[in-house]
Design a protein around this ligand. Sequence first.
Ligand code: CO
Length: 215
Amino acid sequence: MPEIYEKIFVNNKNWVQEKLDKDPEYFKKLSLGQKPPILWIGCSDSRVPANEITGTQPGEIFVHRNIANMVIHTDMSMLSVLDYAVNVLKVRHIIVCGHYGCGGVLAAMTNKEVGLIDNWLRHIKDVYRIHKDEIDSIKDEEEKANRMVELNIQEQVLDLAKTSIVQNAWKSKQKIYLHGLVYDVGNGYLKDLNVTVEDEHNLDYVYKLSSKTIF
Ligand code: CO
């Protein structure tokens, strides 16, 4: 059996002991339920662990991760997480966190066929198309990729605002802030991209939903 696989159980036992040493009731309290104030939508990349880089504890962040931290409005998994986070957990902050050097974004910037994942990466190509002029004007390859990572995060924040789930919450006066963050794998720092959206005011009218209409 691979050593790393056996090691996770040893690590787990040590972790349990550490927690119990600090608070014998730790797991008993956690088992009562969760009320995290934050939903985190991040990349599946193993170098970007939500709790660890934010110094948050179990129970503090509700997490959804996929390749390149995408908010795709036909993705039932993402929508289910979002619906539960907004309507049951009543989170106040939703964070889309991307990271520099994201393999998904890099792959989407090429024309190379990879396989099934091309269909997922298509959504990132759409972001490229929307910001084509800006991206293509950047000559340095690393800078170009970094900017693309940032713009992808920005678009996913807007995609959250376009969902009926978030729009209905805002309509019922539920305060929800949508934030775009980028993580630098090379130095460990999180950066706020200052693209926070907290209401539907700046949402393109095309995406605004009003009371149900019968056609
Ligand atoms: Co990534």
